[in-house]
Write a protein that binds this ligand. Structure first.
Ligand SMILES: Nc1nc2c(ncn2[C@@H]2O[C@H](COP(=O)(O)OP(=O)(O)OP(=O)(O)O)[C@@H](O)[C@H]2O)c(=O)[nH]1
Ligand SMILES: [Zn+2]
Length: 355
């Protein structure tokens, strides 16, 4: 897969052209192709804009209602609304999906958000800035099929943002890096290339980095609550209570996710390989297929390290991400096979009972 850091091309719309209600909700050709014109009337498309325990809030053309909760849908998803039996509404195939391993002992996958076009990975020009965390978010975005853009906030609060920019730009040639003061009028103009009608964007990052401030800056009205930050530790308090999809005045949708503090990678092997594509390519030259690049003879990675061609710290972050991803993926596989075995047992027990 090749990528570049250029923003999405305009969908042919001119500024004067009216943005339809569906388009401002993020309706695109990839979804339209999944439904016939006749079905558009019988089962109109609706987008999941809020996820609550009691149900999903869906919006469509002239539609704003709650449908029963379902495990297979998340915020950002498109459903073909079945008026008679909303729980039977068809889930449309996704363009992208951000997921993560659920917290706690339950190792199930948690759906975070669907059909995001661009994820702004937000961090500030202060103690929050952490290359390893950025790499994780970027790997996750790549893996989800979402275009990542690094967004460095609070440029006004630091003497010189240049070192942050240099470090961020070194992460991947395929990821654009922006720096701004989220509290100024910069967000609208700097983010404009990605925030077009029909596009869905999201801000990911730690608490207090400015995600709500950015959403507010792009909106006419204040839609997301911001809260004062604790200056001493550069951490903010958690102010986002549930996931929401905000429709901006210009017809772009913002998915405002709760602060994802401890992001774990799940099945993100491809994303990790993309962020570290140089190391991944190099590893194909190792003598052994299953080389762990620790002490194996003929290891191309270790040879490059010795020559000083690769950065040791970056190599160790790569190793850590690969290991973490393998661990999470293995746990999931284990759980799935356990579930399968249990299902089989239940089936057999039922069979025996009915005999
Ligand atoms: N000076 C300055 N302050 C900023 C900037 N971005 C955010 N802030 C301030 O930082 C604090 C936290 O910003 P929020 O937008 O609430 O952060 P958040 O990422 O939404 O935080 P959570 O909702 O907890 O995830 C607020 O007081 C903002 O006004 C910036 O670029 N410059
Ligand atoms: Zn090797």
């Amino acid at each position: 897969m090749t990528r570049d850091a250029t923003p999405p091309a305009g969908n042919g719309e001119s500024p004067v052209q009216q943005v339809t209600p569906l388009k401002s909700l993020g309706w695109q050709n990839v979804f339209a192709q999944q439904i016939s014109v006749d079905d558009m009337h019988a089962t109109p498309p609706v987008r999941v804009t809020e996820v609550h325990r009691s149900g999903l809030r869906v919006l469509g053309e002239g539609i704003d209602m709650m449908v029963p909760p379902r495990a297979d849908a998340t915020v950002g998803d498109w459903l073909l609304l079945d008026y008679n039996l909303p729980s039977a509404s068809q889930l449309l195939e996704r363009k992208s999906l951000i997921k993560r391993r659920a917290a706690g002992h339950d190792r199930s996958v948690q759906l975070i958000a669907a059909n995001i076009d661009t994820a702004f990975i937000v961090t500030s020009c202060n103690l929050d800035f952490n290359v390893a965390r950025l790499e994780r978010y970027i790997a996750l975005a790549f893996d989800a099929g979402v275009t990542p853009v690094i967004l460095l906030t609070k440029s006004d609060l630091c003497d010189d943002p240049a070192p942050y920019i240099t470090d961020a730009e070194a992460i991947s040639a395929d990821v654009a890096v922006l720096t701004l003061n989220a509290k100024s009028d910069e967000p609208a103009s700097k983010l404009a290339p990605w925030c077009k009608p029909g596009q869905t964007i999201a801000f990911l990052g730690s608490s207090g980095v400015g995600k709500s401030t950015l959403t507010n800056a792009l909106s006419v009205s204040e839609v997301a609550a911001t809260q004062a930050i604790r200056e001493d530790d550069a951490k903010g308090r958690h102010t986002t209570s549930h996931r929401q999809l905000h429709i901006l005045p210009n017809g772009c949708a913002v998915l405002d996710t709760p602060g994802v503090r401890e992001l774990q990678l799940t099945d993100a092997e491809e994303g990790v390989a993309e962020v570290f594509s140089d190391l991944d390519d190099l590893s194909t030259q190792c003598r052994f297929n299953d080389c762990r690049h620790t002490s194996e003879p003929g290891c191309a990675i270790l040879a490059a390290l010795e020559r000083g061609d690769i950065d040791e710290a970056r190599l160790s972050r790569w190793r850590k991400l690969v290991a973490e991803d393998q661990h999470n993926t293995a746990s999931l596989a284990q759980r799935r096979s356990k579930d399968k075995a249990f299902g089989k047992m239940v089936k057999q027990a039922k069979k025996l009972k009915s005999k």
